[in-house]
Design a protein. Structure first.
Length: 217
């Protein structure tokens, strides 16, 4: 889900955890939530308030709470861009360096929604060699149901200005979403949220190669 058309093919999809995002001005007003208002602002901006509302409906009754420490969006973008710029071929600077921009849960239950943003440990070549390669988005696995949860991962080529020439192909951007303990969660919603988060990151970093990101993965 993007605010503008993109022209470069994206690389891949896998399986894991995430949040929600929106282009400013194109989402309805969020429900009144008093808990962690700055956190809600970040979540609404990343996924769109209407998707956060839909997420709350899927998780069921109870108080939806922001679980992660607040990272302002400009800081999230600058941190991701800084890692890409400091990377060199053969470097492992991006390993174990993941941001969780918006994690939500229902008080008193194990129902959780998590999101993760990182630079992938897999190169574009590794992703494209998957069994389902061949489209703009290469599926390396459908939404995967595991014990207690769902996982979805999107991997896209993202060239950060000022980074090494090989960064786009060797260090693609990875976005993951995860839902725990909601067996009948709407997989279409999870797919839309994952794509929305990917689009928000691609615009905010920004990805100079303008990767094409669909409305759902």
């Amino acid at each position: 889900m993007r605010c503008s058309n993109r022209a470069v093919a994206a690389l891949g999809i896998v399986v894991s955890a995430a949040m929600l995002s929106a282009c400013s001005g194109d989402e309805e007003a969020s429900r009144d939530r008093s808990d962690a208002p700055k956190g809600w602002s970040v979540c609404n901006d990343l996924f769109g308030s209407s998707r956060i509302d839909a997420l709350q409906d899927e998780l069921g009754s109870g108080t939806l709470t922001v679980l992660n420490e607040l990272t302002p969006l400009d800081e999230l973008m600058s941190n991701r861009a800084s890692i890409a710029k400091s990377w060199e071929p053969g470097s492992e600077v991006h390993y174990s360096n993941t941001s969780q921009p918006c994690d939500l849960g229902i008080d008193g239950t194990g129902k959780r929604f998590n999101s993760y943003v990182s630079w992938s440990v897999d190169s574009a070549r590794d992703i494209s060699s998957g069994d389902d390669s061949g489209g703009d988005w290469h599926s390396l696995g459908n939404v995967k149901r595991e014990d207690g949860g769902l996982h979805l991962t999107a991997v896209i080529p993202c060239k950060v200005k000022g980074s090494q020439e090989a960064q786009e192909s060797e260090l693609p951007l990875e976005v993951e979403t995860e839902v725990k303990n909601v067996p009948d969660f709407d997989t279409k919603l999870l797919s839309e949220m994952t794509a929305k988060l990917a689009g928000k990151l691609a615009d905010g970093l920004p990805c100079a190669n303008n990767p094409a990101i669909p409305s759902k993965v």
